[in-house]
Design a protein around this ligand. Structure first.
Ligand code: LRH
Ligand code: MN
Length: 430
């Protein structure tokens, strides 16, 4: 029996109050799509299978190096975080898993943690290790790196932490380890690029060797920050080199915010699909750096183009293709639950629109260099308002027609604020 923090009657009443409107909008969209030889019920069945994981670190208010302004009812620990993730899943019905981060989510009893998640109908996605910050009781510092540190003792400490994350992941039912490290340099000459990369491979070979047979290892590249001159895994090329060197279970994870502005990320996705090395995604949006803004909030067409590559790969049966979808955002000025709900729906929306691309027509236009019509074929899908379809999917799954409206009507935030002590101002991303 799933614990529901939002009264199911409230969700049902809200859904009922708009169901007639949703039904007529759905019927109208169905007529439009039928003229494009698309059966809306078939499309609905496909989109209803879509799921994206929520980052445990995303339900608390985020911050920057300058400041973090906590909101009301900040989660005190991973148990509160899972309860908040349960609310998100209860309302949007497409976020059934949580991606945890260690040691931020460390507990003494992982069986209890797994049961707590399951009580909200949640499972665990990829576990994330953390050798980009020092923990208070940590013997050796990661100031000058972790898996690539010049000192073998520091590298061994970082490897041991990743092995511990795998052990935790096995207990909570995860099937992947995400390794993002901030290792790099701030000044030319500070590091020897090739020796540093060799140390990265050597450390990760030890982690790779500890992966259970049915696990994957996700290597996450990032252009800069915290290093501001060079980052060891700075781009998809370095990540791919490493994944190909490590083996079949190592793949390349694409965090949308980890590229220079205007980078053609959808083409990077196509390359990683070609290389059979696409791990999956950390979805977010950005205008300048790793801003970790809500997915699709700045450049929704780019997010659509990424899904266009993913649907094309799936429909053309690209080998070794089963990407993991996760959000990775920092909510500095919004209620994290509202941002995560609207972001999950935005990602689901882009998937639905990508399924609407007429790929037969597109291939014809591409092969005949009818450039205008090729571009228009994508725009036609992107401009299709699939809102009634997404509402229908949520309502049929017991979710909310309008998640934010129902969440606000529930008074959940005020409720948790009454029991969770107010958190003081601080700085840093979490
Ligand atoms: C690095 C990153 C990584 C997480 C961290 C919270 O910028 O994207 O995926 O470990 O954010
Ligand atoms: Mn990330």
């Amino acid at each position: 029996m799933t614990t529901t923090k939002i009264a199911p009657e409230l969700i049902a009443d809200h859904a009922h109050s708009v169901s007639a409107r949703v039904d007529s909008d759905y019927k109208h969209l169905g007529e439009q799509l039928a003229r494009r030889n698309v059966n809306i019920d078939t499309l609905k069945a496909e989109v209803a299978k879509f799921a994206v994981a929520v980052p445990s670190w995303g339900v608390g208010t985020g911050g920057t190096r300058f400041a973090r302004f906590p909101g009301k009812g900040e989660p005190r620990n991973v148990f509160d975080k899972l309860q908040d993730c349960g609310v998100i899943q209860q309302l949007v019905r497409c976020t059934p898993t949580v991606s945890p981060h260690f040691p931020w989510d460390k507990v003494s009893d992982y069986k209890e943690l797994r049961q707590h998640a399951e009580s909200f109908g949640l499972g665990f996605d990829a576990v994330n290790s953390n050798t980009f910050s020092d923990q208070k009781d940590q013997p050796l510092s990661y100031k000058f790196g972790s898996l690539t540190h010049a000192d073998a003792g520091v590298r061994a400490q970082a490897v041991a932490h990743n092995l511990e994350c795998i052990e935790i992941g096995k207990q909570i039912g995860s099937k992947a380890l995400t390794v993002w490290i901030g290792d790099g340099s701030n000044f030319p000459g500070q590091s020897h690029f090739r020796r540093q990369f060799e140390r990265y491979l050597d450390s990760n070979r030890q982690i790779y060797a500890a992966l259970p047979a049915d696990w994957n290892m996700f290597l996450e590249h990032k252009m800069f920050e915290p290093a501001f001159y060079a980052t060891v895994i700075q781009d998809w090329g370095s990540s791919l080199l490493a994944a190909q060197s490590l083996g079949e279970k190592a793949r390349c994870l694409v965090d949308l915010g980890h590229h220079a502005p205007n980078t053609n990320i959808e083409m990077i996705v196509a390359r990683l699909v070609h290389a059979q090395k696409l791990a999956g995604f950390h979805f977010n949006d950005s205008k300048y750096g790793d801003d970790d803004l809500d997915s699709g909030s700045i450049n929704p067409f780019q997010l659509f183009l990424v899904f266009n590559e993913l649907v094309d790969a799936a429909q053309s049966k690209a080998p070794n293709f089963n990407p993991a979808y996760m959000l990775d955002q920092s909510h500095n000025v919004t209620d994290p639950i509202e941002s995560l709900m609207t972001s999950a729906v935005t990602v689901q929306r882009c998937y639905a629109q990508a399924l609407l691309v007429d790929r037969t027509a597109l291939t014809g236009y591409q092969d005949s260099n009818d450039v205008l019509m090729a571009a228009q074929t994508l725009k036609t899908a992107f401009h299709t308002d699939v809102t009634p379809l997404l509402q229908k999917i949520r309502i049929e799954a017991g979710g909310a027609a309008d998640p934010v409206a129902t969440y606000r009507a529930s008074g959940y935030r005020a409720g948790v604020a009454a029991v969770r002590p107010a958190a003081g101002p601080s700085s840093g991303i979490v």
